[in-house]
Design a protein around this ligand. Structure first.
Ligand code: ATP
Ligand code: MG
Length: 451
């Protein structure tokens, strides 16, 4: 089919014989096509460049440059090389036909002309050329689309880069916030600690002051008795007074009261020592520290949570300490790690105990095993904190070191205990904090520290 176009089809006829031109021209015009004419190769090339015809009918034998030469030049010219060329040659001339086709012509027609054949071939090659051109346009369009796609991809890449940069900034901010949170977590641990210690101090103070009241009464009675002796009161009066004040009981009770006051004072001293040891947060430099001392002071400060109460008997702590050399570390921070691990174990017991009666708990009591050992081959010390609490499901266990991950009710857990502990152990001490847990059996945390 011939392309429908507003511009009529134009065909350049090249032949040195005017009669040929005339015959051809009439035949083609009969199809509604416009014809252009040239009588030699040079002017054919000129016209082709100038008028850009849709097709060229080219005679082989011409004076000056012949059809082949003309064809060669046209095909070498970027401006016109797309225009289909049909050679016109004598019927017998099969060598010429082949040569023409080799030079880039699309077809040939033989003289003398068969009008119908010429028209049919021209029509065919116009269609092919048209198809070709739309194909070229399509290819060009596609190339453009590809270029656009490429540009889009580049833009996208740039956006990803920008976004990554933004994300990095956010991450940095997040880390800063996290550090601030760490600080506030420290504060809340400290808050809990102070409350616990307050509770802990209250006990000995209460019984010391209660005992002092009795001692006060007893001393008053004893002085009165001495005065009776000094006044040389009658033996009956003295005997009666001795009975009144129950001297026998006082003699028995007074040493007990004093002993118990001693205990109370001793306990207060312990607490004060533990507090001092716990609060040794040598932030700027490492100190030689006996880990055992840190663990003990932590246990002491958590005593109020370990004691028996109406819900459960005392939580037992089983210690297995190895002979360890002092370790160079930040004691205040390691104590915080011990505190977090032991507090977590106690929390796990509390949750576990919710569904058990007192008798059931007595039957299988809450226990925490704390051990230290030294691995000389690896030059590390290992500190284990193990409990027989609830244990954890693997999907929980995989998240416990994520900041803010908690399974505890709002207000109870911040989910920062373990991430902070890991940060302290890994980053501050070049060690490792690992967890192993089995649901229904319990959990074991292992801290390993390089010596
Ligand atoms: N010994 C343990 N037994 C069972 N689950 C534990 C134990 N230790 C930690 N977990 C689980 O890991 C979670 C994260 O512990 P982490 O100490 O980081 O935060 P938290 O105890 O929930 O809150 P916070 O310590 O800030 O008060 C806990 O909520 C709990 O589910
Ligand atoms: Mg915790």
């Amino acid at each position: 089919m011939i392309p429908i176009s507003l511009v009529p089809v134009r065909i350049l006829l090249v032949d040195d014989t005017p009669t040929n031109l005339k015959v051809l021209s009439e035949a083609l015009q009969g199809q509604g096509w416009k014809t252009l004419m040239a009588t030699d190769g040079e002017s054919a090339i000129e016209q082709a460049e100038y008028a850009l015809p849709d097709l060229i009918l080219l005679d082989v034998m011409m004076p000056g440059i012949d059809g082949f030469e003309t064809c060669q030049r046209l095909k070498a010219n970027a401006k016109v090389q797309h225009i289909p060329i049909i050679f016109m040659t004598a019927l017998s001339d099969s060598i010429n036909k082949v040569r023409g086709l080799e030079l880039g012509a699309v077809d040939y027609i033989t003289k003398p002309f068969q009008q119908e054949e010429v028209i049919a071939r021209v029509k065919l090659h116009l269609s092919i050329s048209h198809l070709n051109q739309s194909l070229q346009t399509k290819i060009a369009e596609q190339a453009e689309t590809e270029a656009q796609l490429q540009q889009l991809a580049q833009e996208l890449e740039q956006r990803v880069r920008d976004r990554t940069a933004e994300l990095e900034i956010s991450l940095h901010q997040l880390k800063t916030t996290q550090l601030q949170l760490v600080q506030s977590e420290k504060m809340s641990t400290l808050g809990q600690l102070v409350a616990g210690v307050g509770h802990e101090i209250n006990n000995p103070i209460n019984f010391v002051s209660g005992n002092l009241k009795h001692i006060d009464d007893y001393t008053r009675d004893l002085f009165a008795l001495i005065q009776m002796y000094q006044r040389k009161d009658s033996a009956e009066d003295i005997a009666e007074f001795i009975e009144d004040i129950d001297l026998e009981y006082v003699a028995e009770d007074l040493p007990k009261l004093i002993k118990s006051i001693h205990e109370g004072v001793h306990r207060l001293k312990d607490i004060s020592l533990s507090l001092r040891s716990f609060a040794r947060s040598d932030i700027s430099s490492k100190t030689e520290f006996q880990l055992r001392e840190g663990i003990e002071s932590t246990i002491m400060l958590l005593k109020h949570r370990l004691k028996a109460n109406e819900k459960h008997p005392e939580i037992q702590i089983i210690r297995q300490y190895a002979e360890l050399p002092p370790i160079s570390c930040y004691p205040g921070q390691l104590n915080q790690v011990f505190m977090n691990l032991i507090a977590n174990a106690i929390d796990a017991f509390e949750e576990k105990n919710e569904t058990r009666s007192y008798a059931e708990i007595v039957e299988s009591p809450n226990m925490i095993w704390i051990s230290t050992e030294i691995d000389r081959s690896n030059q590390t010390v290992l500190i284990r904190v193990k409990d027989n609490g609830l244990g954890m499901l693997p999907e929980i266990q995989s998240q416990i070191f994520e900041p803010s991950f908690t399974t505890k009710p709002v207000g109870k857990g911040t989910g920062l205990g373990l991430p902070i502990s890991r940060q302290i152990v890994n980053e501050k001490h070049g060690g490792q904090l690992e967890c192993r847990s089995i649901v229904g059996e319990g959990t074991e945390f292992t801290i390993s520290l390089p010596i």
